[in-house]
Design a binder for this molecule. Structure first.
Ligand SMILES: O=C(O)[C@H](O)[C@@H](O)[C@H](O)[C@H](O)COP(=O)(O)O
Length: 233
């Protein structure tokens, strides 16, 4: 049974205020408890106004380490790179951003490299924050030949290489993604989505749970923690 709580806002701006406040609280609580905070943050467009609010907040960014939940296999300075997008924002604020990908034609090797990098970090993340595509993908767990690999990887495995099929139009490149086990190891799990269509899709995926054909449904079906879903029109 997926324990999901929906938070619905009237605007993106309102969602950004609320979510940036929640994430700030997660960061401060982690630093109080462990003197450090590890966050796994999504790519995509929905979180950008929230990220922009977050970096304006006076948080102890020097104690914060950020990894992308997934990465496109492009050069680290490429416009499609999630690490680049995160670094441009959060490194300026003082946080450490760890890239997990880069240009690599060998998708499986890229997955091994991402996994090795994540194995060096103090685990679990205080926060895994996910988005969802209109096709029901989340992080870079896409329908296609590698979906099961990302969903069924053993608990100790933190990342794998994936070849979405079909390749998503907004960034048509192979990826690495945190595995289901790694994503669900988070102390806190949140999702941010926008638009009526995605709301309906996510509600259906949650209702279908384990029998969902969508990656997000299959992922959440195994979650043991309650999930906060933030939605704006
Ligand atoms: O592609 C990535 O890097 C993502 O992490 C991906 O899972 C993203 O969160 C969704 O595609 C939603 O993207 P939008 O917020 O742009 O709709």
């Amino acid at each position: 049974m997926i324990e999901a709580e929906w938070w619905e806002y009237d605007s993106v701006e309102e969602m950004a205020d609320a979510v940036s406040g929640d994430v700030g609280f997660i960061i401060e609580s982690a630093i109080d408890a462990r003197d450090a905070s590890l966050l796994a943050l999504p790519g995509g467009k929905t979180p950008l106004p929230i990220f922009d609010k977050m970096i304006k907040a006076k948080l102890p960014w020097k104690k914060v380490t950020i990894v992308p939940t997934d990465e496109r296999l492009v050069a680290v300075d490429h416009e499609l790179s999630n690490a680049r997008m995160l670094a441009q924002r959060f490194m300026r604020a003082g946080a450490r951003v760890i890239p997990i990908g880069g240009e690599n034609d060998d998708v499986d090797a890229a997955g091994n490299i991402a996994d090795a990098r994540l194995q060096d970090l103090p685990w679990p993340p205080d926060l895994v924050w996910l988005g969802m595509g209109a096709d029901g993908h989340t992080a870079s767990i896409f329908a296609g030949p590698d979906m099961q690999k990302a969903l069924d990887a053993p608990n100790a495995r933190r990342a794998v290489g994936v070849r979405p099929d079909p390749l998503p139009a907004e960034a048509p490149v192979p990826r690495v993604t945190l595995t289901r086990a790694a994503l669900l190891s988070a102390r806190t799990l949140i999702i941010t989505i926008q638009g009526a269509e995605k709301k309906e899709l996510l509600e259906q995926a949650i209702a279908d749970g384990q029998s969902s054909r969508l990656p997000i449904g299959r992922l959440l079906a195994e979650a043991e923690q309650p999930i906060d879903i933030h939605w704006a029109p």
